[in-house]
Design a protein around this ligand. Structure first.
Ligand code: ADP
Ligand code: MG
Length: 258
């Protein structure tokens, strides 16, 4: 099992790229779990499966948090496992999807979160690959899902802010001693060769592996405007072709891991 987390500044294209990676990797026959880890959840829409999501992990966590003391001798881990498998995992056509939902409320969630961590770890083992669409901030780096990722993909746009976030993510993973096997960079929504050069140089200087430079694509904006899932992007576009190159790289990593 290989866990890939897609991160970066807000609005750089994490969800667009996550959705397309999930779409094409699962189409290649890998057993895939998609995780929407952004509280401002929009991966289901990007994948065109919003109607299929019933419960979020956050909702189940809340129910557990308020009723755990009354559960008596119930095996709590088993209870959580049953709820998550039964109600939160959405079985879509070619992949499964788990939406994390809102973060926890007031109070101490240590016990709950510890149990959840174990259940999630067990759950992920059922898959060849787990793709996580992360939230924009960096606080989540120290906890939960991301800290266990094998590979981090940082998405940046042409802005200095996007690059600064990429740099911070790299530093943070060192500070927190997170054991990623690799940190990759993707440039997205690129419109000119100067930006390409800037991002290439940045990747070199920071020792990040540049996976691809993805262009601005009018069709993505169009689909977004019409409220259509981004996975409807034409198969023959430059954007799709380049995303498929990334898919090849990731599938190689998955195959090397087994
Ligand atoms: N390559 C691209 N070309 C045109 N529009 C894009 C491109 N990538 C992303 N977008 C648009 O930019 C916005 C932000 O993308 P999104 O994937 O939601 O970012 P994030 O998940 O990082 O916040 C969306 O409206 C999306 O449709
Ligand atoms: Mg997003």
């Amino acid at each position: 099992m290989v866990v890939v987390a897609v991160t970066g500044k807000g609005g750089t294209g994490k969800t667009v790229i996550s959705a397309l990676l999930i779409h094409f990797i699962s189409k290649r026959g890998l057993n895939l779990l998609a995780v929407d880890a952004d509280p401002d959840s929009n991966l289901p829409d990007a994948l065109g499966v919003a109607d299929e999501v019933t419960k979020t992990l956050g909702e189940i966590r809340e129910v557990f948090q308020v009723s755990r003391d009354e559960m008596g001798t119930t095996d709590k881990e088993q209870w959580l496992e049953g709820k998550i498998y039964g109600e939160a995992i959405c079985e879509c056509d070619n992949f499964d999807l788990l939406v994390m939902g809102r973060p926890e409320g007031e109070g101490c969630y240590c016990y709950t979160n510890n149990l959840l961590k174990g259940v999630l770890r067990k759950l992920m083992r059922h898959y060849d690959v787990v793709v996580i669409d992360s939230e924009a901030g960096l606080e989540h780096f120290s906890r939960g899902t991301i800290s266990g990722a094998d590979y981090i993909i940082v998405v940046t746009d042409m802005s200095q802010k996007g690059l600064a976030t990429a740099k911070r993510i790299k530093e943070l993973s060192k500070e927190l001693n997170l054991k990623f096997k690799d940190i990759f960079l993707i440039g997205n929504r690129i419109t000119n060769s100067e930006a390409e050069e800037v991002i290439k140089r940045f990747a070199d200087e920071e020792g990040l592996k540049l996976l691809e430079l993805l262009p601005y694509d009018e069709k993505i904006a169009e689909l977004d405007l019409r409220g259509e899932p981004v996975i409807n992007l034409p198969e023959d576009s430059e954007y799709t072709r380049k995303v498929k190159n990334i898919v090849d790289v990731l599938i190689n990593l998955v195959e090397a891991a087994v």
